[in-house]
Design a protein around this ligand. Sequence first.
Ligand code: GEK
Length: 248
Amino acid sequence: MTDKTNLNKPDTIYSSPKESLARFSFNKEVVDVFPDMINRSVPGYASIIDGIGKIAKQHCADKPVVYDLGCSLGSVSLSIAKQTFSKSPYIIGIDNSAAMIEKCSQHINAFNYGHCIELQQGDLINAELKSCDLVVINFTLQFVEPTLRQSVINKVYKHLKPGGMLILSEKVKHENGEIDDFLIDLHHNFKRENGYSDLEISQKRSALEDVMKLDTIETHKARLNTAGFNALTIWYQQFNFLSLIAIK
Ligand code: GEK
């Protein structure tokens, strides 16, 4: 990754005590530290980004139409563009944060395969999709109001071509409380090992409480089945973070 857009700023947002904790949002403060934040917070993030590019390469025929819903700074789009470049992909990245889209645009322009990526600022809940070959929702459905998640997955299914693929990555909760606590502890240890203090971990957790509502693996699979996806599997999991592929 080049640093033309200064993507190396360390995440210190929750490092000192805050009197009142605002709801977490993808504002400019978060966008400015986003690469550091996501790499130090999501176990396996770099492997998932790399894996998605490789899955796209294996899955996509010539001229694939690809959606990256909740694209943030374009890591998924860039990984796919790099792996499928010889197939002339058309990749559409959508994110509802204006600050993300602005920085994402600067970021992808720094790559010589960035021109096959088009960006749109919009909400994935009401985004209109074209007929497509691959849709990626990498750690974004968890920020959508739970009652609206089924309609998002239904829409993706409807617009995928037969044989098309959805890659869905999410942080999940476990229905067994003991296992859930165990996985959460493993995740918090991962964050500590990456330099976050207990104060940072607990303040971020509180800020996310009403913003990120987690489903179980069973709920995700049932939602995919309800939409019509019958062929699906988890291709990556580390602790309570996983990624699924589902084929129409
Ligand atoms: C990556 N996929 O680097 N509509 C559109 N975008 C949304 C919505 C919504 N309703 N809600 C949240 N977002 C990325 C990482 S981050 C995950 C995804 C994380 C956007 C939000 O603005 C942010 O950019 C992204 O989804 C979630 O692979 O930070 O844990």
